[in-house]
Write a protein of this length. Structure first.
Ligand SMILES: Cc1ncc(COP(=O)(O)O)c(C=O)c1O
Length: 396
């Protein structure tokens, strides 16, 4: 008896590098103890949520005996939370975003899927620069579409606009970008985004369906050295933003985020209606009530990003000391150095012998590199110093 679909069988056999490393980590920690392993494999924010979350939870406890405290609500979320979110997002994007351009979703992942469900059909293509967040391929295929990837420029991971231009076909429906980027830490400049917008505007001529830019921005808050994270809303009309509070409020398990439809899109009400409908019929129904109530109070707060910046500098010093080649991340909490010797899978195995866990770039569609997440204390980063030096020596 075949219990599951062939597609799912394939997915499960394929596995994911992040999951593999996660399982290796559990094994190593069991054998050598938690403190002996330096685990840079997971992008799971380890900083505690801001104090306002605990305060609000205590306040909410007093309301928990009210009818509908955790009841159903409109599929777009609590109207008052959406109003508050609109204020905050307008500040962030530098564009006036009315509340009725927002759908509150189950994280950025829920927003991506709800938007895809609204616009994609069988045979459609979602184009994404590589390396890319590993779930994108699954999300496109959830809706009968396929992910087409275009390599970014080596080492700097800037957009290769000529390559993107050449990869667009009649089936391209969405260009999916992520800035600040997981796994590279790149932040696309205004010039790059304007270049991308010009290419898509050219391709849109004569089409009856626009090519959207979907900008995945859960790391927007985490840009270092004052670097600008430009908004796409005033650069390209057919732009949609998805984001979440998984990283800036360390609320990844709270599952709350949003999709933002550019207010400048003519007929945006239809697109909004479709995304709200998708949120419902994909089975999300609405984003979790409790997380939305927390969000209403916590909007505008953030974890202490100076801690991430200190870790970034510590990791850079450890990598420099061992002689790795990399581009300093401008945002997010990842490094994506070159794998010495060129074989990323082999090099991650070498690191593992030093009890250092990293994810091969192959898992992000970019062999020859490896990802280090700095969602760990500075003590763990410093503890890995000698291990990186030995791994580098063994590889060369
Ligand atoms: C680039 C990127 N997009 C989307 C997500 C999903 O975020 P969420 O937990 O808000 O669904 C993540 C999570 O790590 C991510 O790194």
């Amino acid at each position: 008896m075949q219990l599951i679909s062939s597609q799912m069988t394939g997915y499960m056999e394929q596995g994911s590098w992040i999951r593999k490393m996660f399982e290796e980590g559990i094994k190593l920690k069991k054998e050598f103890g938690e403190d002996a392993v330096c685990d840079f494999s997971l992008g799971n924010p380890d900083l505690p949520p801001p104090a306002i979350i605990k305060e609000t939870l205590a306040e909410l406890a007093d309301q928990a005996d009210q009818p509908f405290f955790l009841g159903y609500m409109p599929n777009f979320g609590y109207p008052a939370v959406r109003e508050r979110l609109a204020e905050e997002v307008s500040k962030e994007q530098g564009v006036d975003v009315p509340a009725d351009c927002l759908v509150i979703t189950c994280g950025a992942a829920g927003a991506l899927n709800s938007f895809f469900r609204a616009v994609l059909g069988p045979g459609d293509e979602v184009l994404s620069p590589a390396p890319f967040f590993v779930e994108y391929g699954f999300y496109a295929e959830n809706h009968g579409a396929k992910l087409v990837t275009v390599p970014s420029k080596p080492l700097t991971f800037e957009l290769d606009l000529d390559a993107i231009d050449a990869a667009i076909t009649d089936n391209t429906r969405v260009v999916l970008i992520n800035s600040p980027n997981n796994p590279t830490g790149a932040v696309y400049t205004r010039k790059e985004l304007e270049g991308l917008a010009a290419i898509l505007t050219k391709h849109n001529e004569g089409r009856d369906k626009p090519i959207y830019i979907l900008s995945d921005e859960p790391y927007r808050f985490l840009a270092f050295d004052g670097v600008e994270v430009p908004s796409l809303l005033d650069i390209y009309t057919y732009s949609v933003v998805c984001s979440s509070f998984s990283k800036n409020l360390s609320m990844a398990g709270g599952r709350v985020g949003y999709a933002l439809i550019n207010p400048a899109i003519e007929g945006k009400e239809t697109l909004m209606g479709a995304v709200i409908m998708s949120n419902r019929i994909l089975g999300f129904v609405n984003a979790p009530a409790l997380a939305q109530k927390l969000l209403a109070k916590a909007l505008g707060s953030s974890v202490d990003i100076s801690i991430y910046d200190d870790r970034r500098k510590a990791m850079a010093s450890v990598l420099d000391n061992a002689g790795f080649e990399y581009t300093m991340p401008k945002g997010a909490f990842y490094f994506f150095p070159k794998a010495p010797g060129g074989d990323d899978v082999k090099f991650c195995a070498t690191l593992q012998k030093e009890k250092i866990l990293a994810v091969p770039g192959s898992g992000f569609g970019c062999p020859g590199y490896f990802r280090l997440a700095f969602c760990v204390g500075e003590n763990v980063i410093m503890r890995a110093k000698d291990g990186f030096v030995r791994a580098m020596k063994n590889a060369s």
